[in-house]
Write a protein that binds this ligand. Sequence first.
Ligand SMILES: [Zn+2]
Ligand SMILES: [Zn+2]
Length: 411
Amino acid sequence: MGLFKNLSRKNIICPYCFENFTDDKAMLLCENPHCDSEKNEKLAKYNGVNIIESKHVFAQRRTFFWKKDEDGYKCNNCGIKSRTYVCPHCNNQIPENMLCKGSEIISIIGGPSSGKTTYIISLLQQLEEKATKIGLSIIIDDTGFGSKIEDERLEEIRSTASKYQKGKNDLFIEHNVVQTGKLKKHFQYPWIVCLKSLKTDKEIYLVFYDTAGEDFISSESWRDLRYIKKSKGVIVLLDTLSIPYIQNKINEFEDDNYKGEGTSNFIKTIDALSNFVINRNNRDLCKKPFSFVFSKIDVVNNHSKDLEFNTDSLKNDSSFKETGIFSLKEIDKTHEALKKYLISPKIFNSESVFAKLENLWGDNCRLFGVSSTGGPLNDIKEIAPFRVMDPLIWILHKLGGFEIPTDIKEK
Ligand SMILES: [Zn+2]
Ligand SMILES: [Zn+2]
């Protein structure tokens, strides 16, 4: 069995350009600093510039199937062995593990001001601390480009591991909002994180584009659309402070911490997504688990009376952090509470929005409430992420193969 297990090609979805290829078609980038550089048209095209130089890119001469301990391939230019693999379509670097085991992707998307960057940092911090509780491990990708591609405009690109280290320091130690949108869209490279089941070895990649200030799906952006279509599951971030009733109320608060927030209406995001599904014939998307996540839910906990929100279901952090058992009851309870709140005509007459979601996704969607920080940055002593892992763990549970322990056994 073990022998035959490896005798099939692995299908790879490039996390940069979202084209498919099989593991044997991955190209190599020469690692020898003394090897000649050359114009790289594919990489230039991906980055939207005319010229980019990189080290020599060459094909594998793979005679047998993938072996992890392979010591690489000789560059046909200089003869030095290299094992830096790149996508054959866009020449961006692909983590070796992805080639070895194949790739499936979960993506995180969201409208402007939904706090995407803070969310991913908080999520990774929590996964680092607590993922093993639920039988998962995470590997934060450390493939970088800076040293291998000679173009000063790309110098700022850093591996996921170094972006995360910086972001974690900014948020958890300095209590600063993480800077986004400094780089032009084309120069942004995704965050890539591998999640692995400690029980079954199944792996999946979390891919996140840190694009600031743009409506992810309203544009004709080819990348975002492919991104969603090629994903096995999607986390959609929505801004709690953009719920009209809450937005009006926070302006009456004594509490300045929430004022001026909530600039992007979450309805826009949901509408854009449903239109993409309905009008462009992408109904297959509804067979995939979608987590609709209200960020900055701390506002509801801090002002439950003013906001007339019954916070019973949102009092405590995810119980699995202590018990190691993922509570589907807890997930459903929060889903119902948020739905009830949002369809109440007084609060926000959004029944049509939720009818849309439920009609389309049925049991494949849930509403979540999370807080990446635990409260407004000015107001809290310590960053205390609240329920940030729930949307992801729920998707893994729905996808199956990770053997997430749960409190309800589903058929
Ligand atoms: Zn690619
Ligand atoms: Zn070379």
